[in-house]
Design a protein around this ligand. Sequence first.
Ligand code: ZN
Length: 292
Amino acid sequence: MIRNPDKPPFPFSPPPRFIWPNGKRCAVMLCFDVDGETTALSEDPELARRLTTMSQCEYGPRVGVPRILGLLEHLGLPATFFIPSYIIEHHPLMTRAIAAAGHEIGAHGHLHEKLHTLSPEEEEHILQKSLSIIESITGKRPTGFRAPWFEINPGTTELLRKEGLSYNASLMSDDVPFIHGNGVVEIPGNWMLEDWEQFAFNADPAWGVIPEDCDKVYQLWWQEFIAMRDFGCCFVLTLHPWLSGRPSRVRLLERLFNDIISTGDAWFCRGEELAAWVRAHPEHRREIDFDA
Ligand SMILES: [Zn+2]
């Protein structure tokens, strides 16, 4: 193929995939999945006796969340916290602190159950239970859902609609939100914008990989943000406080968030605001197809 030297790099100035509020070029949804002790308990209830493994998980609700809340308050940023209702029950003060700071709390199972292991009846029961526990402690029924491990079943989005939820944040088939046939908004994420792959490690049971260098992770996420801004996408970052609440990683987040703020182009939003915008403006979405 002969390259035309006069052509700008592809695509130099593509039309945005979605038109965002106030002339912003991209949306940014910061998600904190506070799995805490359910990280271990959902794998094997016997791990409750493995106190060091449990204590590493507990670091998230005990130390990571307050530190992250401090950073978000310092920078004036909103976020969405997806929390298994077992964690809500066992850390009510943490839950109320998140809600009092104005952040959104979304459903994330009860014990971080893998949905594919559940019958439809069990899945429905767990969703209903998790919603009522969150409502009983925060006074607000969640409008959003993130499946544990991002994995949903064929019937999950219909279950969400039946329970009155506005959005699901679990699929990976796009880089801007879309609307399911039943009206539930989908806010897609992806594994690259996740901290588990970068930072998770436990010796036994063996989880994760050798923890990554924060500068390298900054580059990974920053480059994706800058390109997503060029394409008018929705940057959905998923972080676990037991991993990203460690000191050097909070500094990484501070640097990343400050640099995103400095562009002046990003709409920082909670999931519920994002879903409301998408539902109100479906015509603002630009499809990618073979004719475009
Ligand atoms: Zn999770």
